[in-house]
Design a protein around this ligand. Structure first.
Ligand SMILES: [Zn+2]
Length: 428
């Protein structure tokens, strides 16, 4: 089965950097993306490719629209669909006042399944084809999100939360049960379809040393699973970590002490880092998820992209719903632009796209499978429609260049500008 998707086609082949280096982006104004057996077969100018395709090739015409790789969300909590848009607190109060009480609802399996279905459908509607996802402490919360993703053939990574201290009794596991339940989930789901497991301690504040030690043991036993947690989001949080772990030299040192800092470890936020922590991330191959809508909403701080990328630390964007305010990576890109602007750092549109596609794939160590249109990669892509809203139609019609068009889509776009989402070449 071979299908050629015709339209404007754009993807990144490297980090375009602060100047949006032209050779990092590949663009065909009248292009063709050819998909065979769910994988990218070829990409090129339509007039060059069309003549060489076998006669039985099906053609789908998206002329006037922009085909880009599917977006990748490097940090999001599906149970927090319930608390998105909750007013007025910083991180620690927000967790206790809003997030924890709602996460208790996920003790009910049917409820977890219902929210998981809603969540993955919202991702797809927003053009997100891969995500790294927190569940709740309940093992079946991970089952629910994996079942929903598997039914749709999504590439998705998730895990049950590990949390045995400094949280409500009803949301606690133990070092022992956290370990055994995570292990069972890895055996059940990791590598099934396009699914992957992430060992998911919420953060060092809510895990005892015994639990962090057990998480590290699991990470050593399963070197190809992911580690997913939070790091240095909020000043009060960083202070409390220093008190709780007086032997540590930094927040990241706590995770590192327990063997949780490595390739395939993704740390959400990374706002208040010491130089030594940045150095450790760079050496270990660990990645950062930048979550601008959450950082602004909870008043947490400004992510320093220049500092981390100078050290070649992999960085992807995360929506961090429900501290974040939208599942849309387009909206997340424009908030990232504003966060960089406040620090006199440019974030040109090509680089913003990179952070939501290839950069995110690199952060997840999945860039051999997804993130752009290199031949052989899984054909997860979306069709962006400049006409999606009245204002985007008006503004993009005046765009004199690709950069101008893309930037207008980033600043004005939302799910109405995502005309279609494809998973391995099939309409999702
Ligand atoms: Zn988070």
């Amino acid at each position: 089965m071979r299908t050629a998707f015709r339209g404007s086609v754009l993807h990144c082949i490297a980090d375009p950097g602060e100047q949006d280096a032209e050779d990092a982006l590949v663009y065909f104004e009248d292009g063709m993306l050819v998909v065979e057996e769910g994988r990218v077969a070829s990409l090129g100018a339509a007039d060059e490719l069309a003549g060489s395709l076998p006669a039985d090739t099906r053609v789908e015409d998206h002329s006037g629209k922009l085909i880009v790789p599917g977006f990748i969300d490097c940090h999001v909590h599906y149970p927090q669909m319930d608390v998105i848009a909750s007013y007025g607190e910083e991180l620690l109060d927000w967790l206790h006042r809003y997030a924890f009480p709602r996460e208790m609802r996920f003790a009910d399996v049917a409820y977890a399944r219902r929210v998981a279905e809603l969540f993955v459908d919202e991702l797809l509607k927003n053009g997100t084809t891969t995500a790294l996802v927190f569940g709740t402490v309940h093992a079946h919360s991970a089952d629910a999100i994996f079942e929903a993703a598997l039914a749709r053939n999504m590439r998705l990574i998730a895990g049950k939360v590990l949390m045995d201290t400094n949280c409500p009794e009803a949301l606690r596991d133990s070092a022992e049960t956290g370990y055994t339940h995570s292990r069972e989930l890895i055996e059940r789901w990791h590598g099934k379809g396009r699914l992957g497991y992430a060992i998911t301690p919420r953060f060092a504040l809510t895990s005892s040393e015994a639990q962090l030690e057990a998480a590290g043991r699991l990470a050593a036993e399963y070197p190809d699973v992911w580690v997913h947690t939070h790091l240095a989001e909020n000043h009060d949080e960083v202070e409390q970590i220093a008190k709780l772990f007086p032997w540590s030299s930094s927040y990241l040192d706590v995770y590192n002490h327990f063997g949780l800092v490595r390739e395939r470890a993704v740390f959400a936020h990374c706002l208040h880092l010491k130089d030594a922590e940045c150095g450790l991330m760079a050496e270990s191959g660990a990645a950062a998820a930048h979550c601008p809508t959450s950082n602004m909403f909870l008043g947490s701080g400004l992510f320093d992209l220049r500092r981390l990328r100078k050290l070649r630390i992999p960085v992807g964007l995360g929506t961090d719903v429900g501290g974040g305010t939208s599942l849309s990576l387009l909206k997340t890109m424009r908030e990232a632009y504003k966060v960089m602007h406040l620090q006199q750092q440019p974030l040109p549109p090509g680089r913003a796209l990179y952070l939501a596609t290839l950069g995110a794939a690199e952060a997840l160590y999945l860039d051999d499978r997804i993130g752009n249109f290199e031949a052989g990669k899984e054909a997860d892509f979306i069709v962006l429609d400049p006409q999606g809203t009245t204002i985007s139609a008006h503004r993009t019609a005046l765009a004199g260049s690709l950069a101008e068009l893309l930037f207008a889509l980033i600043v004005l776009g939302d799910d109405r500008n995502v005309a279609a989402t494809y998973l391995q070449g099939e309409l999702a």
